[in-house]
Ligand binder design. Structure first.
Ligand code: GLN
Length: 192
């Protein structure tokens, strides 16, 4: 299975490592043609405004929307912001793949980053999941039909919506690969 990682900006190398540990073949995506050879795509964390500008510059916005209409996409932190239908603080354009409103930098400056432990029950395990939050957004509204897989302080932080997964934290920075494996399972069930 070929899994793409959008490699314009941000921590795409960490995602590539986590996907390889979970058993995927990884392809770095910088051009629209690379979307033709992948089965699913990860949009990494980083800085969503810069990533959006680069997507526009490389003519990737529409190809990414078309890809997301038929194949699984997993966005983490800035990647989740880019997948939302609505971005707040400040408003900015996005791909609109997951019906949700996301507020950027929502924990404020005093909480630039933190590591939390979340229940892993929804992912089918008793072990907790480590969640690294870095200038993280908060999902303020989530469309009907989405499934919340993990919450932190009462807010959804890992959600599944149709083909897609979105996390407001950085699973690629933790040792386990359970969340990446979940994404690979989604790609497999989509292909099957
Ligand atoms: N604060 C960043 C943004 O708004 C996201 C941070 C991250 O991806 N760690 O794009």
């Amino acid at each position: 299975m070929n899994v793409g990682v959008l490699a314009l900006q941000g921590d795409f190398e960490a995602h590539a490592g986590a996907l390889q540990r979970a058993g995927a073949r990884v392809i770095e995506v910088r051009h629209a043609s690379e979307l033709d050879v992948i089965d699913g795509l990860v949009i990494p964390g980083g800085e969503s405004t810069s990533m959006l500008r680069l997507m526009e510059y490389y003519g990737l916005v529409e190809p990414l929307r078309r890809f997301g209409a038929r194949q699984p996409v997993f966005g983490t932190c800035a990647g989740a912001i880019l997948m939302a239908t609505e971005v707040l603080n400040p408003p900015q354009a996005s791909l609109g793949l997951v019906d949700m409103a996301v507020q950027r930098n929502a924990y404020g400056r005093q909480l630039d980053s933190r590591v939390a432990r979340l229940s892993g029950h929804a992912l089918g395990g008793d072990e907790e999941i480590e969640a690294v939050f870095i200038r993280a957004p908060i999902i303020r509204r989530l469309g009907e039909g989405a499934v919340v897989l993990a919450t932190y302080e009462g807010n959804p932080v890992l959600v599944e919506s149709g083909l897609h997964l979105a996390a407001t934290f950085h699973p690629e920075l933790s040792a386990g690969s359970r969340i990446h494996r979940r994404f690979l399972e989604k790609i497999e069930s989509c292909a099957g």
